[in-house]
Ligand binder design. Sequence first.
Ligand code: C5P
Length: 206
Amino acid sequence: MIIAIDGPAAAGKGTLARRIAEAYGYHHLDTGLTYRATAKALLDAGLPLDDEAIAEGMAREVDLAGLDRAVLSRHEIGEAASKIAVMPTVRTALREMQQKFAQKEPGAVLDGRDIGTVVCPGAPVKLYVTASAEVRAKRRYEEIVEAGGSADYDAIFEDVKRRDERDMGRTDSPLKPAEDAHLLDTSEMSIEAAFQTAKSIIDAAL
Ligand code: C5P
């Protein structure tokens, strides 16, 4: 079983993917972390973010077992990740790794931007999780504040919009729902309600 979950930043797809993987005993890969790990390796090594051959080399070194969102969550890393994510050879290198992961038994849940469209176009279950930019910015703001940090809502809102534009506007594998994806708008839906909806879609495909 392969479950493909796509959607823009902060729509709740990561939380949903983790819950599904846990409930069904499937492996989970947050593919955004593969882009983040590549970007962090470049930043740490002081290498440029605009040299595709260097970025591709770093992408090929990514170790899927060592990915940790706590280490990769920094804002600059997300920004850098979305810059190198426009490079076709970087995408090919990471896609090959992601496709191998998707073959894991008894099943795999992959979340990202292009799983249902490009990485696993044959996935039996595809979900496209979205929410308005305002709601997504508000959730991110609250996450930071609840964790004890200080945040600027307007800056976060601008950042969410900028990331959407970059992810939806790129030529290679832009963010968009697959034709056969189920749309889940979580703007006015709790994570529990989203999970129950996802569960009925998955159960019908099993
Ligand atoms: O989801 P996350 O914010 O961690 O992803 C970081 C960046 O990686 C995204 O803004 C996007 O540009 C890129 N990405 C992608 N394809 C994926 C997952 C992430 O292009 N499947």
